[in-house]
Design a protein around this ligand. Structure first.
Ligand code: SF4
Ligand code: SF4
Length: 127
């Protein structure tokens, strides 16, 4: 008997969408797919409104406000979740980055840091 095992994205928790809800994804992409790529592909399957809601729902997890790089300008703008939304609109001075210790890094399988000055994870991976 031949058994085929597919290793796919298994989310730790909401609010990020499960790839398994979208079988068409696996038809277009080879498995195994890394966690972040799976999330990006699943996000492509939902509406812009749903994407915006997921981002808003995740913002409370962002620990940027505790970071030395995060300044009063970023605070005044209410900027968060740079890993998803991209660079800050403020002229931030690069100091230590807390991203590696952030729960969103583990949740989304992020590989980069300093998103506030370098741009989003998706942009840094050139996806
Ligand atoms: S990884 Fe960095 S930018 Fe993304 S939510 Fe966490 S602290 Fe914020
Ligand atoms: S992205 Fe990293 S460096 Fe920038 S404010 Fe957030 S934790 Fe700090």
């Amino acid at each position: 008997m031949i058994r085929i095992f597919i290793v796919g994205y298994q989310p730790d928790s909401e609010p990020w969408t499960q790839v398994s809800q979208y079988p068409q994804i696996s038809a277009r992409h080879k498995w195994p797919m890394d966690k972040f790529t799976g999330i990006v592909r699943s996000m492509e399957m939902i509406s812009p409104e749903e994407r915006t809601k997921k981002i808003e729902d995740t913002k409370p997890m962002c620990i940027c406000p505790r970071c030395p790089t995060y300044d009063n300008c970023a605070k005044a703008q209410g900027e968060l979740l740079f890993c998803a939304v991209g660079k800050s609109s403020c002229a931030l001075v690069k100091k230590p980055c807390l991203c590696p210790a952030c729960p969103v890094t583990a949740l989304m399988g992020l590989e980069h840091a300093y998103f506030c000055v370098r741009g989003s994870e998706k942009g840094l991976r050139v996806m």
